[in-house]
Design a protein around this ligand. Structure first.
Ligand SMILES: Cc1cc2nc3c(=O)[nH]c(=O)nc-3n(C[C@H](O)[C@H](O)[C@H](O)COP(=O)(O)OP(=O)(O)OC[C@H]3O[C@@H](n4cnc5c(N)ncnc54)[C@H](O)[C@@H]3O)c2cc1C
Length: 302
């Protein structure tokens, strides 16, 4: 039973005119379309609100969860006991200054890519089609088709224990699906990206080509959280899963995609437990058959 008192949290949100939702089903906020209700969700609309809420939660021992666009998350069927700080469209301004794009953390990568295209700036075509927020993308060091956030980010503003700080990319420890933000309790509030002047038609062509590749190879017609597993060194999770004969393996509504074995998809009303069961079968079988221990890229939130 929930015994948290959220009245102070809600007063803070009210001062900033932020939207507060109660018992909001997390499945409406994840691309997997999975996840039970959270006690309280606050749609963040500025840095100061985020900082105050994080400090208050810490002071009163309330658990908080940071989510962006929910595209790399598997949320528990039981939901989340605490406050969800939702960094999405209410905190998504994008500004350009020459070849620099500065965006609030909730801006979608797609809108940032669109801004780059509108301004004939090249360098982030790789990110076109990744359905996350720019904050979530830096946190994960998201990447595709030979590019990653590491290549284009200059610096970020973030909150550390209520204090707003700035960090250059050289100190972010960005490597394959890893950043300093996942090691410490830092919350990214804005991201500065540097691109290069390019040819608009060429940029558009590259974005369209990569989007078509995604459509051809990935099961975008079903809810998922993208690649379920990280790429093991020197190989591909999808290839290993396929050679182990696991394509189409299903538990309840969750299934290893027959189109792309690296994706576990929600074929209809899958629960978090269904997905975890499929992941468990895949990990155990791949380990037994090939000796490779697959690591999850998708993050479990409970
Ligand atoms: C169809 C599909 C295709 C995908 N393709 C790719 C791909 O090609 N490459 C790739 O790398 N990923 C891919 N992904 C995964 C996902 O889109 C990325 O990991 C994305 O960067 C996650 O961003 P998000 O805003 O959705 O983060 P969320 O899923 O909401 O959160 C992910 C993690 O980031 C943390 N977080 C989010 N925002 C912040 C913030 N502002 N400050 C601190 N922490 C934060 C959360 O607490 C959580 O731990 C794909 C997903 C889907 C569904």
């Amino acid at each position: 039973m929930n015994c948290n008192d959220y009245s102070v949290i809600e007063q803070i949100a009210a001062r900033y005119n932020a939207t507060v939702l109660h018992n909001e089903e997390m499945k409406h906020h994840t691309t997997f379309k999975i996840g039970g209700p959270c006690d309280v969700m606050i749609n963040i609309n500025c840095e100061a609100l985020l900082s105050e809420l994080m400090q208050e939660c810490r002071k009163s021992g309330i658990k908080y969860y940071i989510i962006g666009r929910g595209s790399n998350l598997l949320v528990s069927d039981k939901g989340l006991n605490g406050v969800v700080l939702h960094i999405g469209s209410d905190f998504s301004d994008i500004r350009t200054d020459g070849d620099i794009i500065e965006c609030e953390a909730g801006a979608s990568l797609m809108s940032v890519c669109q801004t780059a295209l509108d301004n004939s700036l090249k360098g982030m075509e790789f990110a076109y089609g990744i359905p996350g927020s720019v904050g979530g993308a830096v946190y994960m060091n998201a990447g595709a088709y030979g590019g990653e956030m590491k290549d284009i980010v200059v610096s970020c503003r973030y909150i550390d224990n209520g204090e707003i700080k700035e960090i250059p990319v050289s100190e972010m420890e960005l490597s394959y699906r890893h950043s300093i933000f996942s090691q410490k309790n830092y919350c990214i509030t804005s991201v500065k990206i540097k691109l290069e002047k390019g040819d608009k038609a060429e940029i558009k062509n590259q974005m369209d080509t990569l989007m078509q590749k995604r459509k051809d190879k990935q099961p975008l017609e079903y809810p998922s959280a993208g690649s379920t597993f990280k790429r093991p060194e020197g190989d591909f999770a999808g290839r290993l899963i396929e050679v182990c004969g696991l394509k189409g393996t299903a538990c309840g509504g969750a299934e290893v995609s027959t189109k792309h074995s690296g994706f576990v998809i929600n074929k209809g009303n899958a629960s978090c437990e269904d997905v975890l069961s499929v992941i468990d079968i895949v990990k155990k079988t791949v380990k037994k058959e090939t000796g490779v221990e697959l690591q999850c890229e998708v993050l479990l939130m409970e």
